[in-house]
Design a binder for this molecule. Structure first.
Ligand code: ZN
Length: 389
């Protein structure tokens, strides 16, 4: 294996808090040394060890690749009309998912895979080097299992979301659908997934159903995560903490008790401002969570219905402008926070031993991601030690 130094970095985000300063572990006039697929050294340019290859970053900033810990990318069809109607004044409810379910069931494997590959490439170009994705638009044993099979061919972070909504085929008998999700469907899906998820919300699954689904998943070796407290107050966050879920996602409507529970747990609060943007909904209160000591991650929730963006930089800009996160906090949440929401320590940071997953920005610092919203600042992406975009 050959070693490479990326040098002349104006500002390097390592996310190594032991370097002092902010949690970002910033190093000015820095270098990163990569050997194979890993980072082996970071520090000041002038102190970098000798390597086989040298890349000059030209005074640009380098950040860890984004870890997008929440997306729904195995789907077919389009919901442009629904978005258009919503932006013309109609509300959002969980039911729109059925439109995508019908289109996804009708699609071939090749069509589903081509869509996933396209969105993964789109995310990669914008700096995302790890992307979690879910099933949840099949809602039959065969369609959920094939979604996970397709996802698992392209990412390690695959989530079984048979409990996205009650399948329209079981509209009159939700209990029978929960039995399917925790029985035959789980058996078919567990081999292809790492995580189990449930949409705990009015119109989807209540607290008891969600507990049954996550507990059954856990018994099959899947680790829980949960769509919680997105559209209304509810039991999702408390359930996430009770079950030691890696993450409670959305967290838009929280009581003080919910915030306390998160602050006293290992469960990350993953905020998904693309969803609030695309549904014109109230923002999650990131400041309240951060001030209470909750670990916050920032992800896209990329899906065709409620947040059709694959851009983490866009979510960072929203979080800074509208959710009162500082640029440092937002960058941390979209990298190290996402890694923590996936219980990973080998990504989301640029420290010796971590994967060499990074983005070079066409800017002198990461602050420009929010300072220059909508501008394609990601100029190079490296994944596993290789330049990929
Ligand atoms: Zn989601």
């Amino acid at each position: 294996m050959s070693s490479t130094v990326i040098t002349n970095i104006a500002s390097l985000v390592t996310n190594d808090p032991s370097l002092g300063g902010s949690a970002l572990g910033l190093i000015q006039d820095a270098a990163v040394v990569i050997d194979g697929d890993r980072v082996v050294w970071t520090g000041e340019s002038s102190k970098a060890p000798a390597t086989d290859n040298r890349v000059d970053a030209g005074g640009r900033a380098v950040i860890p690749g984004f870890v997008d810990s929440h997306s729904h990318l195995v789907f077919a069809g389009d919901r442009t009309q629904e978005f258009n109607a919503r932006m013309s004044g109609r509300g959002y409810s969980a039911g729109g998912i059925r439109t995508t379910v019908a289109a996804t069931r009708a699609a071939t494997d090749t069509e589903l895979e081509a869509g996933l590959v396209r969105y993964l490439a789109e995310a990669l170009r914008q700096g995302t080097t790890t992307l979690e994705t879910k099933s949840g638009y099949g809602l039959t044993v065969e369609d959920e299992a094939r979604a996970l099979r397709i996802a698992a061919a392209h990412t390690d972070e695959v989530t079984y979301l048979g409990a996205h909504i009650v399948s329209p085929d079981y509209a009159d008998d939700p209990a029978a659908y929960v039995a399917l999700v925790t029985g035959e469907m789980l058996d078919a899906c567990a081999p292809h997934a790492r995580w189990v998820d449930v949409f705990c919300e009015k119109g989807a699954f209540d607290g008891d159903q969600a507990r049954a689904i996550l507990t059954a998943g856990r018994a099959k070796g899947l680790h829980p995560r949960i769509h919680a407290n997105q559209l209304s107050y509810g039991p999702g966050v408390q359930l996430a903490v009770e079950l030691d879920a890696a993450s409670a996602d959305h967290c838009t409507h929280l009581t003080d008790a919910d915030v306390d529970a998160l602050a006293n747990s290992r469960t990350v609060a993953t905020l998904l401002p693309g969803a609030e943007f695309s549904t014109r909904a109230e923002w999650p209160d990131a400041r309240r969570l951060l001030d209470a000591g909750v670990t916050v991650a920032l992800s896209t929730d990329c899906n065709p219905g409620s947040s059709f963006t694959s851009s983490v930089p866009f979510c960072i800009a929203l979080a800074v402008r509208d959710m009162r996160m500082t640029p440092d906090e937002a960058l941390w949440s979209a990298t190290a926070g996402g890694a923590q929401a996936l219980r990973r320590t080998d990504i989301g940071r640029l420290t010796p031993g971590a994967y060499a997953d990074l983005a070079i920005l066409d800017a002198p610092s990461h602050v420009h991601l929010a300072y220059r919203p909508g501008v394609p600042l990601v100029s190079e992406v490296w994944r596993r030690g290789r330049r990929v975009a």
